[in-house]
Design a protein around this ligand. Structure first.
Ligand SMILES: Cc1ncc(COP(=O)(O)O)c(C=O)c1O
Ligand SMILES: [Zn+2]
Length: 401
């Protein structure tokens, strides 16, 4: 669809989408893409989706007009849980490059090609870098990626094979972000950092459209999303508002739940303190690499969504995450990324606390594939070996069963 304008999420300023834009020049606010949905309401009908291709571009009607750079991303399975009757696992691990980051990068690189950009840059906790590298390769665009030197091996290797220019940094994603900011103008790179250009949100909003479509246009009572930079959550919330404007859904909204690693939980802390922005987390540490984001650029948007949706934020320790990975793999057949398995930890905690009831429909996002983390998983197993099989006593016989 034709873009009407880009809108600043802080001051409401309108900017043109005729040229590439990053953030609001006045206040650094995140820019959202706005369309004239009301005037297209009659033409854009949800019934017309049936028969469309099984990728996120089936929602091209609510995405910018451009020839997609696509590797088949999106329309991932919505798996009913075997363990909990009203729980669904949205398995983003099946995306190209093995994570939901493919959606955002497919949209961002599509628009970069449309604008004629030749060099893109981004800091990455790992998977965003891999996705950028792949889509840049598919669009014949150069990618300059800055990643912490201890990202999963798969991320380093995929970026290399996709032909990206990779800088490994002795620090966190926030340090990588600083390096990008320092060098991009001099080098002529366009910055596609999380929430510093408007189209990664557009790609990720398709997860919101899919949740609705795959559940028969009825939104669940809750969505649990592993949150680092927060784009997944922000994108889905935008999708719900758009779908309501199009008349595809009503006013109902799921409770949006952020799950973060206990070793890096700035949003959990901010929510507990009743703040509308977060503090930089000091000493961030977790093997869930995508959650090692000490301060999210869009923290004010995430916290606003948690509040508006009457959701909450939960933390999961690395030990809990590792145990949940084993559990999901053996119970559901889903070998989830650590970030994704954190959703299961959060769900259990929210059931125990009574926040969710057994009959609440809840979608747990597995945001990536464990296959990208094999080295990290092995290291984590060595650090904190899983508990030995629990012994039970049956009729006086003790033993593992
Ligand atoms: C597998 C995985 N899950 C979740 C996240 C966090 O995503 P977001 O930054 O959109 O909150 C990341 C980010 O790198 C990731 O790679
Ligand atoms: Zn602004």
């Amino acid at each position: 669809m034709r873009i009407s304008y880009l809108e600043c999420t802080r001051c409401g300023e309108h900017l043109s989408a005729d040229r590439p834009q990053n953030i609001c020049p006045k206040d650094g606010g995140v820019l959202y893409v706005r369309y004239d949905l009301a005037s297209r309401k009659e033409k854009l009908r949800r019934e017309d989706l049936s028969g469309r291709g099984a990728s996120m571009w089936r929602y091209a009607g609510v995405l910018p007009d451009a020839r997609p750079v696509t590797l088949g991303e999106g329309f991932t399975p919505m798996l009913p849980s075997r363990e909990y009757p009203n729980v669904y696992i949205k398995d983003e691990g099946l995306n190209p490059t093995g994570s939901f980051k493919a959606r955002g990068m497919s949209a961002a690189v599509t628009m970069a090609r449309q604008y004629g950009l030749k060099k893109l840059t981004a800091p990455s906790a790992g998977n965003a870098g891999g996705a950028l590298a792949a889509y840049a390769a598919a669009a014949d665009i150069e990618a300059y990626i800055f990643m912490p030197k201890d990202v999963p091996m798969a991320n380093r290797m995929e970026c290399d094979y996709y032909g990206a220019h990779v800088t490994l940094v002795d620090g966190l994603i926030s340090d990588c972000g600083r390096m990008v900011a320092e060098r991009k103008d001099k080098e002529g790179w366009f910055d596609v950092s999380t929430l510093k250009e408007p189209f990664r949100v557009e790609g990720k909003k398709t997860m919101g459209y899919e949740v609705a479509e795959q559940l028969g246009w009825n939104l669940p009572q809750g969505i649990i999303y592993p949150t680092g930079g927060g784009v997944g959550m922000i994108g889905m919330w935008k999708a719900f508002d758009e779908m309501e404007e199009l008349g595809w859904i009503g006013r109902e909204r799921p409770k949006m739940i952020t799950v973060q690693a206990a070793g890096c939980a700035p949003i959990v802390s901010a929510l507990e303190a009743g703040k509308s922005t977060s503090e930089m987390w000091v000493g961030a540490q977790t093997f869930a690499a995508g959650l090692r984001v000490p301060k999210a650029y869009g923290d004010y948007l995430i916290l606003d969504i948690l509040k508006k949706s009457r959701g909450t934020a939960v933390e999961a320790s690395d030990e809990e995450i590792l145990a949940a990975m084993r559990h999901w793999a053996s119970m559901e057949g889903v070998f989830a990324a650590p970030e994704g398995a954190a959703s299961l930890v959060a769900y259990r905690k929210l059931r125990t606390s009574g926040f969710f009831r057994a009959d609440d429909k809840v979608v747990l996002f597995n945001t990536g594939s464990a296959y990208k983390y094999l080295d990290m998983i092995e290291a984590q197993e060595k650090k904190a070996p899983p508990e030995p099989p629990r012994t039970r006593s049956i009729g006086g016989i003790i033993g593992p069963f």
